[in-house]
Design a protein around this ligand. Sequence first.
Ligand SMILES: Nc1ncnc2c1ncn2[C@@H]1O[C@H](COP(=O)(O)OP(=O)(O)OP(=O)(O)O)[C@@H](O)[C@H]1O
Ligand SMILES: [Mg+2]
Length: 368
Amino acid sequence: MADLSLRNIRKAYGGLEVLHGIDLEIKSGEFIVFVGPSGCGKSTLLRSIAGLETITSGDLVIDGERINAVAPSKRGISMVFQSYALYPHMTVYDNMAFGLRIAGTPKAEIDRRVRHSAEILQLGNYLQRQPKALSGGQRQRVAIGRAIVRNPRIFLFDEPLSNLDAALRVATRIEIAKLKQSMPQVTMIYVTHDQVEAMTLADRIVVFKDGFVEQVGTPTDLYRKPANLFVAQFIGSPAMNILKGTVVDEAGATARCKLDCGGVLELATEPGRLSRGETISVGIRPENTRLGDATGADPTFAGTIDLVEHLGEVQILYLDLPGASEKFLVKVDGESSFARMQTLRFSARRQDIHIFDAAGKAVCVPVK
Ligand SMILES: Nc1ncnc2c1ncn2[C@@H]1O[C@H](COP(=O)(O)OP(=O)(O)OP(=O)(O)O)[C@@H](O)[C@H]1O
Ligand SMILES: [Mg+2]
């Protein structure tokens, strides 16, 4: 059981601040995933929680106790890194037992804990092997086992699967999902660049950019209701398409927006939320498009196919839309056939269209 509060955490290296006042409340037993572009501060924050970095200011609080000055080994936190750094000359059993032996844990207790974690991680048959006789995925499981035997209150993972090949990643991701089920009381924070890992493992995802938190929410929340353009384009793969438009009329509860690619969108606004002349961004996910003209009042778009990407089950069509500098991606079934230079008409349901104001903030108004 461990609630973790991060209160106004700042971290600077030399004169350069890389975490700018992070506030986050994590509940006992939650599985939290950190995502964000390279260099945004994910590892720094994780290492600060573990005590491997000293924070410049702010408070780290576990179950009501301020732990800023508590030694890393006394925080009840285990961390698993991208590189598993096992002792090459020791067996799997000894690698897992090592930390407990150093801490003076009784032999019988060590044996019980090592065998228990080996069972959770399906390493029972490998206990007497040395790391060199294991696959990458098995080695990473030993590194996780080494963390489990310490009975942590909080488990930190920094991109634990990024050194594994695609198939092994999937298998080990499933192991981690099972690990979460078998340790429901342990709070976990997991850093990844992998969208599928983030979406499938997280209770809540924290999106970072440049040392700030952009949004915190369940995977579904972030996918359906991104708070700003950055999150909208960061969550989801391929990324959300963005079309530009200009507010040409704003009266009462309606704003009319002219799109650069042609056509007009009518938005139901709160008066004053958008102003005349303001540039807006209109977001549509590749998977939220439908071929052919809209029925009813949904908007219809048209573009020219520049590239067809076959992915087996689906195809991604890269379209040039008039007035758009970026390609517009449309996800379609894997069977129909499309040709380069073909004109494609497609529509999007009004409820699947995201609107962002000139500052990139989501405007929570429906398209009329
Ligand atoms: N020891 C250090 N000294 C100086 N600057 C550092 C140090 N460690 C990290 N930084 C800087 O702090 C920023 C955040 O780095 P961090 O490793 O936390 O990013 P990250 O989000 O984990 O990136 P990645 O996804 O590539 O692992 C970066 O600009 C990095 O260059
Ligand atoms: Mg990192």
